[in-house]
Design a protein around this ligand. Structure first.
Ligand SMILES: [Fe+2]
Length: 339
């Protein structure tokens, strides 16, 4: 276990390398984007003011790693081999390169969170790569589920042979924590919450736990940061937003109010409750970090909080982080600094 001093020294050494501009990324007041001059990774830096003082706490987010691989153990599995022959993007484990490069940055953070689509599809091969390059590398890592993690079929036009429960059971065997809800205190002022919304909705097991976490944060004077795969609705009716950083094949613009975003018009109780819990407690929920879209967007969710004086309007920043396996696999990491 490294002492805090040692960790801070290592971190300031790592970030003392020269920083290069990234002209292909549009400017945004909330984000600072640069490329590390010696080690080559792209960093998206954002600061969150907790209002609580003390030492900064640093959380790194990586998203949409998309391991595409089959192992020797998959060779007798017709489903895995069918996917192997149809799914060309990042085949033969190409994205291991960008995963290693991103994890080489994340080792300097206090906490690393991966926001879904770690596996391009479920196989023994992708399980092995996830264990070797993510979980063994950082046993404390938090990993949200994405839609890709749940399927064995990719571009085969065939339905999954195993039920969703059976596929979930395989994942839960090696997942480092509860796949549906996992909260962790980081430093003296942050609670990171990793949520499964990989099926475009929240789950009945989540609202009571989040409600408790929100109350604890308020009592213990901490803030909450939420990590999930899919963005939630901004409910701002602002229309399409241009991407800040385009990834080939992904969206150049997107409407985060109405198009396909979680909670715009929820038709299940859990999603309704989760959406209200998130957006009505903006005094403690200070940021949402997701992926899914592969291009980068910065959005603000219409939110509020209440105290003795009544209800106050606010916004919660929501960063839709860009996918990791692009840019010649240099690695792309969101560096969240909580002050
Ligand atoms: Fe993805």
């Amino acid at each position: 276990m490294k002492s805090n001093d040692e960790k801070l020294t290592a971190r300031s050494w790592f970030y003392s390398q020269p920083k290069q501009n990234v002209p292909e990324c549009s400017e945004c007041d909330a984000l600072k984007v640069y490329r590390l001059g010696y080690t080559g990774q792209y960093i998206i830096e954002t600061e969150i003011d907790s209002g609580l003082g003390g030492e900064p706490v640093e959380i790194n987010q990586i998203t949409d790693i998309h391991f595409n691989y089959v192992a020797i153990a998959d060779e007798s599995d017709g489903e895995a081999m069918g996917t192997r022959s149809c799914r060309k993007w990042l085949r033969e484990g190409e994205s291991v390169k960008s995963a290693i490069n991103a994890m080489n940055v994340a080792e300097y953070a206090d906490q690393t969170v991966i926001t879904g689509d770690t596996l391009d599809y479920l196989s023994k091969g992708t399980e092995m790569l996830t264990k070797r390059h993510i979980i063994s590398r950082d046993p404390g890592v938090m990993i949200a589920l994405g839609g890709h993690d749940l399927t064995k079929q990719m571009q085969t036009s065939l339905p999954n042979e195993l039920s969703l429960d059976e596929r979930m059971a395989i994942l839960s065997e090696f997942w480092p924590h509860d796949m549906f809800y996992h909260a962790k205190d980081v430093g003296d002022k942050v609670i990171c919450v990793c949520l499964d919304n990989s099926r475009s909705c929240f789950l009945p097991c989540q609202p009571d736990r989040l409600d408790k976490e929100i109350k604890r944060a308020r009592t213990e004077r901490k803030i909450l940061l939420l990590f999930m795969h899919e963005p939630i609705s901004t409910r701002d009716f602002k229309g399409k937003l241009p991407t800040l950083w385009y990834s080939p094949g992904a969206h150049r613009e997107y409407d985060f109010c109405t198009e396909d975003t979680v909670g715009f018009k929820p038709n299940d109780e859990a999603t309704k409750r989760m959406y209200s819990l998130i957006t009505e407690n903006a005094d403690v929920i200070k940021g949402i970090f997701c992926g899914h879209r592969h291009s980068m967007f910065y959005t603000e969710i219409i939110a509020s909080y209440s105290d003795n004086e009544g209800i106050h309007q606010s916004v919660i920043p929501q960063l839709v982080a860009p996918g990791n396996p692009y840019l010649d696999h240099a690695g792309r990491v969101v560096r969240i600094i909580v002050k």
